[in-house]
Design a binder for this molecule. Structure first.
Ligand SMILES: Nc1ncnc2c1ncn2[C@@H]1O[C@H](COP(=O)(O)OP(=O)(O)OP(=O)(O)O)[C@@H](O)[C@H]1O
Ligand SMILES: [Mg+2]
Length: 484
C-alpha cells in the first residue's frame, strides 16, 4: 500500500515542529502550511488522503477550510484540531462536513486512531470497485457465475435509483464491496460515503453516534455531538451489521426512512437530513423478527430493495478466477510476483466448504503463496493452510479444554446466545475430539498405531484427523510437521 498523504494546516510553529515528525512516524507523507487559504489551495491542487487543520489559522479558518472542501472535494476527509475553548466550533465543523475533530492536547494513539479511520474512509470513497473484470487498479468484484452476474445487474439497477438498499449475505461474501459499488455508481458518488459498523459500537453510544445528542442529554454528555446522519447530509450512510441495532435506534431509523427526519438524543428540534441509506447484515433478520429482536415494520421498509450475495460454496466455478485475482493482488507483497497454483492445489480449494467465504479464500491464498516461497503452490501446501485454519477454530477452546466438559458446554452456549458463534455443537464435539486425540497421542508416545488402538479408530482415520488438526505424528505442537 502506498503511504498516505496528509496536509497539515497549523500556524503555531512549536506545535507544527512537534507534529510533523510524529505524523511522519505514523506513516504519513506530510505537507505543512501555516495558513488556511494556502492550505485550501494546496488541497484543491494536489492529491491528499486527509487534511488536518487547526481551527484558528490565518487567512481563512479551519471551519471555512472544512466547508469549502466539503463542497469541492467531498471525498477528502478533513479533521479539525481544537482546544477546550473552541470545542463548540469544532463540533459545528462536523455539520459543515468535517470528518471528525480532535481535542488538543492529544496523545499519539488518539490521533493515530482518528487519522487511520479518515484514511480508511478516503480509500473507501476513492478506490473504485469494478464489477466483473479485474483491471489492475482499484478493487474488482470477481465472479462470472450466474448468481454474481445477477448481483451486478441488481447493483446497476439500484445504484441509479434513490432507494435504500439492504445487502444480505454470509460473512465474507462481499457486502461491503457491494455497498461501495452502489455508492460509486450512484448520483451521490461525489458526496461522502459514511460507514458505521453498528456491531462494533457499544449499545449505549450507538444512538447518539448516529443521531447526535444535545449537551446534558445524559451523564457524560458535556458537549453537543453531531451524529453521522447529520454529517452524511447529501451523501450516503452505510449501516453495516444492521441486525445489531438496539430497539430505540430501530425506531429512530424507521422514522427517518418514513419522514427523513430525526431528533438528536435529548433534543426537541426536528432535523431534516438528505441521506441515502445502505444497510448490510449477515444475520437472518426473519429469525430475529420472530424472536422480537428486530422490528418487522423496519424490515419491510428495508426489504424493498435487496441485494443477496451467494455463499462461495454455491458458486465454486468462480474460485479459479478469484484465486488468480488474489494471487496477482497479494503475490508481489509476499515475494512472489507471479504466483501460480498447481491443479492439485486448485482441486483442494474447490473441495473446501468455505464457511468464511471470499474473505477466507483470500487468506488461504495469501498463506499458501507465502508457504510456497515463490514456487507454484502445491496441493500439500494448501492442505496444510486449510488444516491450520481448522486448528485455529478448534484451538482457542483448547486452553479451556482443561476445564470440565460442563463449563465448556455452558461457555459455548453463552457465546451462541450472545450471537458470536452459531455452531456450538460442532465446536464442542471438535474440542472433545481434539482433546481425546491429543491425549491418546501423548499416552502412545507419538505412536500412531497405538494411539489409534486407544481411540478405537482405524489408523488411517487417525492420520486424517491429525492432519485436519494440523498435528503430524510426533510433532504435536507444530503445524510444520508435514511440509513437503
Ligand atoms: N466477489 C469478490 N471479488 C473479489 N474480492 C471479494 C469479493 N467478495 C469479497 N471480496 C473480498 O473479500 C473480503 C471480504 O469482503 P467484505 O468485507 O465486502 O465482506 P462482508 O460481506 O462485508 O463480510 P462481513 O459480513 O464479515 O463484514 C474483502 O477483502 C473483499 O475485498
Ligand atoms: Mg462487512
Amino acid at each position: 500500500m502506498t503511504q498516505p498523504r496528509l496536509l497539515l494546516i497549523e500556524d503555531d510553529p512549536a506545535m507544527a515542529d512537534s507534529m510533523v515528525p510524529l505524523l511522519e512516524k505514523l506513516g504519513f507523507i506530510v505537507f505543512h502550511v501555516d495558513r488556511g487559504d494556502t492550505g485550501l489551495a494546496k488541497a484543491l491542487a494536489d492529491p491528499f488522503d486527509v487534511v488536518l487543520t487547526d481551527v484558528w489559522v490565518p487567512g481563512i479558518d479551519g471551519m471555512e477550510v472544512a466547508r469549502r472542501l466539503r463542497k469541492e472535494r467531498a471525498r477528502l476527509p478533513v479533521v479539525v484540531m481544537t482546544s477546550r475553548g473552541t470545542t463548540e466550533t469544532a463540533i459545528e465543523a462536523m455539520k459543515l462536513g468535517a470528518y471528525d475533530y480532535i481535542l488538543k492536547p492529544f496523545g499519539q494513539a488518539e490521533v493515530r486512531g482518528i487519522l487511520d479511520a479518515a484514511v480508511e474512509a478516503s480509500r473507501t470513497m476513492n478506490d473504485p470497485v469494478v464489477l466483473g473484470p479485474d483491471i489492475h487498479d482499484g478493487s474488482a468484484m470477481i465472479g462470472r457465475s450466474r448468481t454474481m452476474q445477477s448481483v451486478y445487474k441488481e447493483i446497476g439497477r439500484l445504484a441509479a435509483r434513490p432507494v435504500s438498499v439492504l445487502i444480505r449475505g454470509e460473512t465474507g461474501t462481499g457486502k461491503e464491496l457491494v455497498a461501495r459499488a452502489i455508492y460509486q455508481h450512484s448520483d451521490r458518488s461525489k458526496e461522502p460515503f459514511v460507514p458505521v459498523d453498528c456491531s462494533s459500537i457499544p449499545e449505549t453510544l450507538l444512538e447518539s453516534g448516529l443521531f447526535g445528542h444535545e449537551k446534558g442529554a445524559f451523564t457524560g454528555a458535556d458537549v453537543r455531538r453531531i451524529g453521522r446522519f447529520e454529517q452524511a447530509n447529501g451523501g450516503t450512510l452505510f449501516l453495516d451489521e444492521i441486525g445489531d441495532l438496539t430497539p430505540g435506534t430501530q425506531v429512530k431509523l424507521l422514522r427517518f426512512l418514513q419522514e427523513r427526519t430525526f431528533q438528536r438524543v435529548g433534543g426537541r428540534e426536528t432535523i431534516n437530513a438528505d441521506v441515502r441509506i445502505l444497510a448490510a447484515t449477515h444475520r437472518h433478520l426473519e429469525t430475529q423478527i420472530s424472536k422480537g429482536e428486530f422490528r418487522e415494520d423496519l424490515y419491510y421498509r428495508l426489504a424493498v430493495a435487496v441485494v443477496h450475495l451467494p455463499p462461495l460454496r454455491d458458486r465454486k466455478e468462480d474460485i479459479p478466477e478469484l484465486v488468480a485475482y488474489f494471487g496477482r493482488r497479494h503475490g508481489p507483497d509476499l515475494g512472489s510476483p507471479n504466483p501460480t497454483f498447481l491443479p492439485g492445489a486448485m482441486e483442494q480449494l474447490a473441495a473446501h466448504p468455505w464457511p468464511g467465504n471470499v474473505r477466507e479464500l483470500e487468506n488461504v491464498v495469501r498463506k499458501s503463496i507465502l508457504r510456497a516461497q515463490g514456487y507454484p503452490v502445491s496441493r500439500e501446501q494448501v492442505e496444510i493452510v486449510l488444516a491450520a485454519a481448522l486448528k485455529a477454530v478448534v484451538m482457542p477452546g483448547m486452553a479451556t479444554a482443561e476445564k470440565s466438559l460442563r463449563d465448556l458446554a455452558s461457555g459455548l452456549l453463552a457465546e451462541a446466545e450472545a450471537g458470536t458463534i452459531d455452531d456450538s455443537r460442532t465446536r464442542l464435539l471438535a474440542l472433545a475430539d481434539a482433546e481425546l486425540i491429543r491425549q491418546a497421542m501423548d499416552r502412545a508416545g507419538g505412536n500412531q498405531a497405538k494411539a489409534a488402538r486407544l481411540l478405537g479408530v482405524a489408523r488411517l482415520t487417525l492420520r486424517e484427523k491429525l492432519k485436519q488438526l494440523g498435528l503430524h505424528g510426533d510433532s504435536i505442537s507444530g503445524e510444520s510437521g508435514g511440509d513437503p
